[in-house]
Design a protein around this ligand. Structure first.
Ligand code: HOZ
Length: 425
């Protein structure tokens, strides 16, 4: 029995489902998850010594590739100075300054420990600032696992068919209204019916948790307009898209500035981190500047801030995002040709270093369309590629990611395997 299999059996005896985050269990694609022993660049290696070209990349966090030397060194140096102080540091000021300089509309930012914490806190602030309780989110968008947001959610909730989780009080879920992604008319109707109650609209400006779904032209601008017209706040959840689709994230890429932005993943370079921020007048309502409470023992952790600063210094180099996007484009074009040659209905999208692959003719614009993709065939494709040493996200409802370490030779090796895989599924 492989070491991964043995570990998965041991894990299931002590960890629910054997994993610490549901999608990792491979429930949606079949088979057993390889347990990872180490990673470098674009590759991960499992405990049985098998190498994979990785397109999960810590769900987008490691934009420079695994174990990027500058990041590892920064973390090692920080670790030698102590792992956590629970007191202010220079590095967290520097990271906050860097974020405020690079992210549109960010005048104040608070560092937390995960994307979930960031969105949960942003929503509390939006409710406090507007004196309203109702939220609008989009079906298939995932904003972490806070109660108010596990309503029609994407990612693992969607993968495992529990988009609205048991355990979320019905009274709380009733405060979250949902609309189809890319459907401005539906949002307008919600505002017409409940405008005076709506505190905020929260959106993934590129959806990355029902596959990768692009905002249609005018969608984000329309949300901005509706929020302004009704006195609601617009929250961009840029945990995935921040520093991933452009240096200034989706706000810069699509030319729309939100009231509050949440960040995570890339800004921690692979260590646990999250952040939320916006205009000074809003953010100074957070404690201790204001009355809205949020706190955290490990917030602004010195290792996470060191990894984040080292990562952000490299993504600012000229041409970084152009190269990343060219890599994603080459991968998508090659996969499309492989699928076309095999006669498999297939479509792709990519933006910056983020991509989506769909076993259907057209890329989806919303959850209903994403769910029309051939999920069983995705599972077969996923398993064939994994067997050939290519590691995609283990769900048809997740985005994929490339890093600065995915060079032309790695893309070509991936495509060789993909041609064989498509022919077989
Ligand atoms: N919800 C994450 C992807 N959208 C999965 C995180 C993980 O399993 O590590």
């Amino acid at each position: 029995m492989s070491q991964s299999r043995q570990l998965f059996e041991r894990a299931q005896a002590v960890i629910p489902g054997g994993v610490n985050s549901p999608v990792r269990a491979f429930g949606a694609v079949g088979g057993q998850p390889p347990f990872i022993a180490e990673a470098a660049g674009a590759h991960v290696r499992d405990v049985d010594g098998r190498d994979y070209i990785d397109y999960v990349c810590s769900w987008g966090a490691v934009i420079l590739g695994h174990a990027a030397p500058g990041v590892v060194q920064a973390v090692q140096q920080a670790a030698a100075r102590g792992l956590s102080y629970g007191a202010p540091t220079a590095a967290e000021v520097e990271l906050a300054e860097t974020l405020c300089r690079l992210v549109p509309g960010l005048q104040r930012v608070r560092l937390v420990n995960s994307g979930t914490e960031a969105t949960m806190s942003a929503i509390r602030l939006a409710r406090a600032a507007t004196g309203r309780d109702v939220l609008v989110k989009f079906a298939g968008c995932y904003h972490g696992h806070a109660d108010s947001l596990l309503v029609n959610a994407g990612s693992g909730a969607l993968t495992f068919g529990v988009p609205s989780s048991p355990g979320v009080p019905a009274e709380l879920a009733a405060l979250t209204l949902t609309a189809p992604y890319n459907d401005l008319d539906a949002v307008e109707a919600l505002f017409k019916a409940r405008g005076g109650d709506i505190a905020a609209v929260i959106v993934e400006p590129v959806a990355g948790n029902m596959g990768c779904v692009l905002p249609q032209p005018g969608f984000l601008q329309g949300l901005r307009r509706l929020c302004d017209a009704h006195g609601a706040l617009l929250i961009f959840d840029e945990v995935m898209t921040g520093f991933r689709v452009a240096l200034g994230g989706a706000q810069a890429r699509f030319g729309v500035t939100a009231d509050l932005v949440t960040l995570g993943k890339v800004i921690g370079g692979g260590l646990p981190v999250g952040a939320y921020g916006g205009r000074a007048e809003l953010m100074t309502q957070m404690a201790p500047a204001g009355p809205v409470y949020q706190a955290g023992t490990l917030s602004g952790n010195p290792l996470a801030t060191a990894a984040g600063l080292a990562t952000l210094s490299q993504v600012q180099q000229p041409g970084f995002y152009e190269r990343l996007e060219a890599t994603a484009a080459a991968l998508m074009a090659g996969l499309q040709s492989a699928a076309d040659a095999a006669g498999v209905p297939f479509s792709t999208v990519h933006v910056g270093g983020m991509f989506g692959v769909f076993l259907r003719d057209e890329p989806p614009q919303n959850l209903a369309q994403a769910q029309q993709a051939d999920v069983a065939r995705f599972g077969r494709l996923f398993r064939a590629l994994l067997e050939a040493g290519v590691y995609l996200a283990p769900s048809a409802f997740e985005a994929g990611f490339v890093t600065a370490a995915h060079d032309a030779a790695i893309i070509e090796r991936t495509l060789e395997q993909a041609r064989a895989a498509f022919a077989a599924v």
